[in-house]
Design a protein around this ligand. Structure first.
Ligand code: NAD
Length: 354
């Protein structure tokens, strides 16, 4: 085989360690941050307050108003505190919603970011920001939003409920699956994708059985990091486009939508990208990859289909129409009837097409 590819690494400092005042201070100094604002969702305000306490007098305070889809009104609220208090950096603790707010602030201020992820969504490793203004979500890619430093502390993920852990883990696996067949795929990202999937595939059932299993949690976080790198490094395809459309049109929860759609999107593409089947078999074990992922999601309790998330049945046709409206790259051409069947199966919670 003659190799032909482009590989470009994104700059980011990644640390797997227990968070402490000493580590935070050292890492903040490295990126020139003396008085950061600490961000979280309302639910994770206690964790943000613990971080502010670790920083003693060094933080300008906590803003615990992050929500899904990064609405610009919330960003404006946080920005007014940043400007008034003359914060010189952002420390964000939480999942994709909090990281989104951190990125939105960085986009407008160029302030450095230190992100402490507590889900498996992977946003901390990407130069991608999705923001919502007047009900419309717009996504952009710019290195301005890439966090400078990311600290993964497994202890901080122990409170992630088992059901959300499972869905979030499958959301991460989806990044890696699509990275394997991306138009701009390359051997390094494919290796990361395989290792990320292997790690999460083994860890998620253990976490659902015993959410305090530190070794499994650590493997999942490690896998999530690798899958996040995949998302940030190469282009995504049908699966991510569909989830974006379904989530935005029917207001469905992010991670759960990814978890349900993934086996179906993979089945849609498998015949065209048979070269990834061998790689996926190394990560998932032998068998049809889409079926293995469907079995995993059932084992993790995510078997109900999009209807259980509140998507109406008459939305299936609407979603199929939207999926073919704006053209995008996918290894297999986007065919309306086949995409409609994919969505209908995902809606009903049926197994992926053989
Ligand atoms: P989330 O950040 O919305 O978190 C879901 C809920 O779980 C929140 O209430 C949060 O506070 C809580 N939570 C998170 N970690 C917890 C923990 N350890 N213990 C207890 N509760 C915890 O969910 P998400 O799936 O991580 O992120 C979804 C958002 O991120 C979406 O808006 C999505 O579009 C975005 N996203 C963006 C990118 C990107 O690259 N730009 C990538 C992935 C996701």
């Amino acid at each position: 085989m003659v190799h032909s590819f482009v590989y470009e690494a994104l700059p980011a400092r990644v640390i797997f360690a227990t968070l402490s005042a000493a580590l935070l201070t050292e890492e903040m100094a490295r990126i020139g941050m003396k008085r950061p604002i600490v961000l979280a969702t309302p639910l994770q305000e206690p964790q943000a307050r613990e971080i502010a306490a670790m920083l003693d007098e060094k933080s300008v305070g906590v803003f615990a108003g992050a929500v899904m889809h990064t609405p610009v009104e919330i960003t404006e609220k946080a920005l007014s505190i940043v400007r008034e208090a003359k914060a010189d950096g952002v420390v964000a603790i939480g999942g994709g919603s909090t990281t989104g707010l951190s990125k939105a602030i960085a986009l407008r201020t160029d302030l450095p970011q230190l992100v402490i992820p507590t889900t498996y969504a992977g946003s901390e490793m990407t130069p991608i920001l999705g923001e919502t203004a007047n009900g419309v979500k717009r996504t952009q890619t710019t290195r301005k939003v890439l966090p400078e430093t990311v600290i993964y502390d497994v202890e901080l993920t122990l409170g992630l409920p088992p059901a959300l852990s499972a869905a979030s883990g499958l959301n991460a696996i989806a990044h890696a699956v699509e990275a394997m067949y991306a138009r701009d795929r390359n051997p390094i990202v494919s290796m990361m994708a395989e290792e990320g999937i292997r790690s999460l595939f083994a860890a998620l059932p253990l976490i659902v059985k015993k959410p305090s299993d530190l070794a499994a949690r650590s493997d999942a976080l490690y896998g999530a990091w690798l899958c996040g790198v995949c998302l940030g490094s190469v282009g995504m395809a049908l699966h991510h486009k569909l989830c974006h459309t379904l989530g935005g049109t029917f207001n469905l929860p992010h991670a759960e939508t990814h978890a349900i759609v993934l086996p179906h999107a993979l089945a849609y593409n498998t015949s065209t990208v048979s070269d990834i089947v061998e790689r996926l078999a190394r990560a998932l074990g032998t068998g049809v990859p889409a079926s293995k992922i469907y079995q995993l999601s059932n084992e993790l309790g995510i078997g109900g289909g999009l209807r259980t998330l509140g998507m109406p049945e008459d939305g299936i046709d609407q979603a199929a129409d939207l999926a073919i409206m704006s053209p995008y790259w996918n290894p297999r051409p986007i065919e309306r009837d086949a995409v409609r069947e994919l969505i209908a199966r995902a809606w009903a919670g049926e197994p992926p097409r053989p």
